[in-house]
Design a protein around this ligand. Structure first.
Ligand code: 6PG
Length: 240
């Protein structure tokens, strides 16, 4: 586990997006392709801002995925992919088929069908093979990551890649989320956290014996590394 701390949210976003470019280049050098999982929230946009100006990336060999998506129609401002489009994706020469969006109610009947289609895309031999290079996750003040909320039964999904989540405590209520099982097959998991309102959850996730049922962020780990990207405010309650 690594902690990367920066003074401000702005500096944090710059450091994350610069590192993301470095990791994409490294993944392409090693494996020819990079599979990157994006997050919503305000850190989601910040994490992408170095991408349009990046050099040395073969964008035809980059795939984008999402850790979760709100089950609302394509183009809805509540969708995480709309934010990513606006932050960077529309400015990148990435083939549309490399941008793996979660279907909304305009395409499929329910979130279960969207989760099944998304799971199939992840499982397909090439795209992904079920393993991502970098998974970026924002964290809510309650410690939730993707759409895995504290004390929510969706956390208990087993033998699943992506699942439907209903009755989300944060609107909108219907969502699709990757499972812990899927997230934890990734090479690196990055938690992107800024703000004093997150400090308690950051400290709880790092406490000895932290339980993901109470603090979902405590339950995500990369195979190679788990990186907590924190601004000073979010890191404020960690022991020195
Ligand atoms: C949600 C949230 C969530 C978001 C975190 C962090 O609806 O579940 O949007 O996914 O990523 O709450 O958000 P910030 O990066 O804005 O703090």
């Amino acid at each position: 586990m690594t902690i990367e701390k920066r003074d401000t949210k702005d500096e944090l976003g710059a450091a994350i997006s610069d590192r993301l470019v470095t990791e994409i280049v490294a993944a392409q050098r090693d494996r020819g392709v990079a599979h990157i999982v994006l997050t919503g929230g305000s850190m989601g946009g910040l994490s992408l801002r170095s991408l349009p100006g990046a050099t040395g990336v073969d964008w035809s060999g980059v795939h984008f995925w999402w850790g979760d998506e709100r089950f609302v129609p394509a183009g809805d401002g509540d969708r995480n992919d709309v934010e990513a489009d606006q932050a960077a994706l529309t400015a990148l020469p990435v083939p549309a088929e490399n941008v793996h969006r979660v279907a909304g109610p305009d395409e499929v009947t329910d979130a279960e069908a969207a989760a099944a289609a998304y799971s199939a895309a992840i499982r397909a031999p090439k795209p992904g093979d079920g393993m991502f290079d970098i998974v970026m996750l924002g964290m809510g003040p309650d410690g939730h990551v993707a759409s895995l909320f504290p004390h929510h039964p969706a956390q208990r999904a087993e033998n699943a890649i992506a699942i439907a989540v209903h009755d989300s405590p944060k609107p909108p209520p219907d969502r699709v989320s990757l499972t812990f099982e899927c997230l934890n097959r990734s090479r690196q998991v990055w938690l992107l956290v800024a703000g004093a309102e997150k400090a308690d959850a950051v400290a709880a996730a790092h406490a000895a014996g932290a339980d993901r049922w109470d603090v979902p962020a405590a339950g995500v780990h990369g195979r190679d590394d788990t990186v907590w990207w924190l601004d000073s405010a979010a890191a404020g309650k960690l022991p020195d």
